[in-house]
Write a protein that binds this ligand. Structure first.
Ligand SMILES: Cc1cc2nc3c(=O)[nH]c(=O)nc-3n(C[C@H](O)[C@H](O)[C@H](O)COP(=O)(O)OP(=O)(O)OC[C@H]3O[C@@H](n4cnc5c(N)ncnc54)[C@H](O)[C@@H]3O)c2cc1C
Length: 418
């Protein structure tokens, strides 16, 4: 492989995916991360207010997310996720107190739709046919151009899942991105959409094992190293400038830029990138969940959308949460706790809490923003882009980030081998 060194900038999931792909193949890897820790938007940290390690935000993936699953296998963490043996997702409507669990069939044939007790209450089997329309959506269509966006199936299943996966109000979101999700998970049957959550933390599943693999393979990870400038000469990147040193790039060296889009735009001339973002708010309550609480519960009819239960905490996710970003934290915690108490049938006072607001959690998954996503290869032969915002064909998700990093690594390896 010549004497190439692979320089990866950004130790979020896309950067770690690229770095571990190179390192697993025995290549020389240097990883540069601006923050003192790896993980980017998928990180865990010790929170002094709660006295425990929490995640910046709850993350779930689906068993059909094959790149994420392959990444976990590569880093030896394939058993670090938990979730049901069957595709089962529990919901509660806190206005009526109604509870239900959808129970899809394992395989491609949707037998479950013919059993009312396994469907969303208030829906008929034929309602679900509408979902297939997303598979044929063009890149300019919004979801509300394609689906009716009303009725029990929409309110009680499609809207919450699409909001969670797209982090954008589903009505305005790209139907093609939603179609990609459907194609890779729902259309492949229940075995492809069993929910999976990192336990006890995101870092334990997605980050720490990757760093351990990199260290074991001799890769060097540098933290607190914010790339300030890429020096270009002709069709190559020739140096990386950090605040305290400049790293010249040798003839065969490769750079994978795995930063968020606004950073990539400042470092690479004329790179296309989304420029509209959506927030996610997470609230963490230090408590043991009542026994029998599912690890992931969909909440309908309140501010809270999903409740995740861990042994030492109950955590809440609210996607597309721009309306809440400037709200007073105490008032927000109280608002969220009211929904949690209703959903889990609790009468106790609000336990110690923490709120994490991620203002630019993901790019807005609208057709206009999707059209701004960048290709992996650039006009510089040794510079490749990675990140959930690059043109993966998927929304900004773990699966998209991991896939983008792996793709950048594959293209780079092909380039150094010719
Ligand atoms: C609260 C929240 C909840 C989410 N929930 C889900 C979910 O349930 N399921 C799901 O699939 N996805 C979810 N996501 C999305 C998922 O976290 C992201 O898609 C993924 O983590 C993005 O990884 P990335 O590598 O593309 O970007 P990032 O994680 O942003 O990584 C980029 C890295 O680059 C570093 N960096 C920036 N500038 C520089 C520089 N100049 N020099 C060096 N380093 C730099 C950053 O510090 C960062 O570590 C969620 C995101 C958030 C915020």
């Amino acid at each position: 492989m010549n004497d190439a060194t692979f320089h990866i900038v950004g130790a979020g999931l896309s950067g770690l995916s690229a770095a571990t792909t190179f390192a697993a193949g025995g290549a020389s890897v240097q990883l540069f991360e601006a923050a003192p820790q790896a993980g980017g938007r998928c990180r865990s940290y010790f929170d002094p207010a709660l006295g425990q390690v929490i995640d910046n935000g709850n993350h779930f993936i689906l068993t059909g997310n094959h790149a994420a699953m392959e990444y976990l296998r590569r880093i030896g963490a394939e058993h670090a996720l938990v979730g049901p043996d069957k595709a089962r997702t529990a919901f509660v409507d806190i206005r009526s107190g109604a509870h239900w669990t959808i129970a899809p069939s394992d395989g491609v044939l949707p037998f479950w739709l013919f059993d009312g007790s396994r469907r969303v209450p208030g829906t008929s089997a034929t309602d679900y046919l509408e979902i297939a329309k997303l598979l044929f959506a063009g890149p300019r269509s919004r979801i509300d151009d394609v689906l009716s966006c009303k009725g029990a199936l929409w309110e009680r299943l499609l809207r919450p899942f699409l909001l969670g996966a797209l982090n954008t109000q589903p009505e305005e979101a790209s139907a093609a991105l939603a179609g990609a999700l459907v194609r890779e998970t729902f259309a492949r049957g229940g075995n492809a959409y069993r929910t999976r959550i990192a336990h006890p933390t995101l870092a334990a599943a997605f980050i720490d094992p990757a760093l351990a693999l990199l260290s074991q393979k001799g890769a060097i990870a540098h933290f607190g190293q914010r790339l300030r400038r890429i020096v270009f000469d002709g069709d190559r990147a020739t140096a990386l400038e950090f605040p305290e040193h400049t790293l010249p790039l040798a003839e065969h060296d490769i750079v994978i830029l795995a930063t968020p889009p606004w950073v990539a735009q400042g470092l690479v001339p004329q790179v296309a990138a989304p420029d509209d973002f959506r927030a996610i708010v997470n609230a963490h309550f230090k408590m043991s969940p009542p026994s029998g609480t599912p690890s992931m519960l969909g909440v309908i009819g309140g501010t809270v959308e999903w409740i995740f239960s861990f042994a030492d905490r109950v955590s809440v996710t609210i996607s597309g949460a721009d309306r809440l970003i400037d709200m007073d934290r105490n008032a927000l915690a109280a608002l969220i706790w009211r929904d949690v108490a209703a959903a889990l049938n609790l009468s106790e006072p609000m336990p110690p809490w923490q709120i994490v607001k991620e203002k630019r959690a993901t790019f807005a998954a609208t057709p206009a923003q999707a059209a701004r996503r960048a290709e992996t290869a650039t006009r510089w032969t040794n510079l490749f882009l990675a990140g959930d915002w690059t043109d993966t064909g998927l929304p900004a998700t773990i699966e998209g980030a991991v896939r983008s990093g792996h793709k950048a690594a594959q293209l780079a390896l092909r380039r150094v081998r010719v």
